[in-house]
Design a protein around this ligand. Structure first.
Ligand code: HPA
Length: 271
């Protein structure tokens, strides 16, 4: 099953072309949304809302479930990404809260990462556990076409946006130690979060474009006072109107045809 994933599975069943994965509060981005259950070989994802934005069919998937009930290390990332693939999604725009490791970044800033370092442990991070052995190229983990528009539209929204950043993904759910953050800084990481991986990997494995609009909710551990989830949640609420505005513009301007190479990720990837 896992090695035979293909877009043929979804022919004729396209319900949405672009998906947003994010926290609660973004659902009302969609006009006249309907909630739908999508079964997958990996289990059920949270209910997916499907509606329209700027004349395009858009899906919204609340990563942590409705009411934010699932912690980052327990999210069923494979079910989430496979379900979006199944309803025909070709592009995913994720939103992620991050802590700033780079001292130039400040709470409230936006970041569009260009690379990742994976410090997760024990998450199911591939659809290809069986033959044929499949190694996707990950030289450019995020879709360049979506990144470019995200950067442009975030800039136009009049907020600070960092257009290059290395995102390190930790396992969580605890926040990091000051020594871990010092290590990540030495490794060249700019921001830290708990949800960017394996989403970005799984999307590429199904030839879906993926990019992330991150917002800095806090300075990383050891830089300021102790970290609280309250500050993360408060900043998430604060940035929601800007995120919505940016996403609507990105969706409006994304050309229907893809011009990146994400759609060919499986070409020459199988042994
Ligand atoms: N660390 C990990 N994940 C996070 C943080 C952080 O400081 N802030 C928001 N998500």
């Amino acid at each position: 099953m896992e090695s035979s994933v293909s877009r043929d599975d979804v022919k004729g069943a396209r319900k949405a072309e672009i998906a947003i994965i994010g926290g609660t509060g973004l659902e009302d981005l969609l006009e006249e949304a309907e909630r739908t259950t999508v079964g997958t070989p990996y289990g059920f994802p949270p209910l997916i809302s499907i509606g329209e934005v700027a004349g395009k069919k858009i899906a919204f998937l609340p990563r942590h479930g409705i009411g934010h009930v699932t912690p980052p290390h327990k999210v069923n990332y494979r079910a989430n990404i496979y379900a979006l693939h199944k309803i025909g999604v070709e592009r995913i725009i994720a939103t992620n809260a991050v802590g700033a490791i780079n001292m130039n970044f400040k709470p409230g800033d936006f970041v569009v990462p260009h690379d990742i370092i994976d410090f997760t442990k024990g998450r199911h991070s591939t659809f290809y556990d069986e033959s044929p052995v499949t190694h996707i190229d990950f030289s450019e983990p995020y879709c360049p076409e979506i990144r470019k528009l995200l950067i442009e539209k975030t800039r136009e929204a009049g907020v600070q946006v960092w257009d290059r950043a290395v995102y390190v993904c930790t396992e969580g759910p605890r926040y990091e130690t000051p020594a871990e953050i010092r290590m990540f800084r030495k490794l060249g990481c700019d921001v830290v979060g708990m949800t960017g991986v394996p989403e970005v990997v799984l999307a590429r494995e199904l030839e879906i474009c993926y990019a992330s609009l991150c917002f800095v909710s806090n300075m990383a551990a050891g830089i300021g006072d102790r970290l609280t989830s309250r500050e993360v949640v408060e900043m998430s609420r604060k940035v929601i109107p800007k995120i919505k505005q940016i996403l609507i513009e990105v969706i409006r301007y994304l050309p229907r045809e893809r011009s990146c190479s994400c759609a060919e990720a499986l070409r020459e990837a199988r042994i």
